[in-house]
Design a protein around this ligand. Structure first.
Ligand SMILES: [Zn+2]
Length: 169
């Protein structure tokens, strides 16, 4: 099932999501649907709040279907280590049409559970590190625009308000 993507302005995107405690078939189905919804929206990462589900689940595939082994399921993720620095344009499916340069660590180690509840650690760099940080932020109710200057953020918010008024958001 493909879920519609929740857009900026919906409070679910700015509230911390709840931890997952039950690893059942419903969870597996939700993870599957999240991949499907992410691909349908042409994204490389999706967090559950972005489909209106306030739970600590995110999916990532920076290869966009090229490599099945690259599919990453992050449940209850915690960033345990960061290193270095990278700066690159970043966007978000919930804030379509906008992109801004964001500086983040270049290497990240995340500890998370998979859809079976099994704990694992994964280290990624560059785009993967960026995606892991971006999606983990989502689960803490934090959007990438919190990492840009207040001036740029206000400008973006003003443009979005206009789009909302015009019924185009
Ligand atoms: Zn996002």
């Amino acid at each position: 099932m493909i879920y519609p993507i929740v857009k900026y302005g919906n409070p679910v995107l700015e509230s911390p999501a709840a931890p997952i405690t039950t690893f059942d078939d419903d969870l597996k189905k939700l993870v599957e649907d999240m991949f499907e919804s992410m691909y349908a929206a042409h994204g490389v990462g999706l967090a559950a709040p972005q489909i209106g589900v306030a739970k600590r689940i995110a999916v990532i595939d920076i290869t966009f279907k090229e490599d099945p082994d690259a599919k990453l399921v992050l449940i209850n993720p915690e960033i345990v280590h960061t290193e270095g620095k990278q700066s690159s344009n970043e966007g978000c499916l919930s804030i379509p049409e906008f992109r801004e340069p964001v500086t983040r660590p270049n290497i990240v180690t995340v500890r998370a559970q998979d859809e079976n509840g099994k704990f694992y650690e994964k280290t990624g760099e560059e785009l993967l590190a960026r995606a892991v940080l971006h999606e983990t932020d989502h689960l803490n109710g934090k959007l990438y625009i919190s990492h840009i200057s207040a001036l740029k953020r206000d400008l973006m918010k003003r443009k979005i308000r206009k789009l909302v008024k015009a019924g185009e958001w």
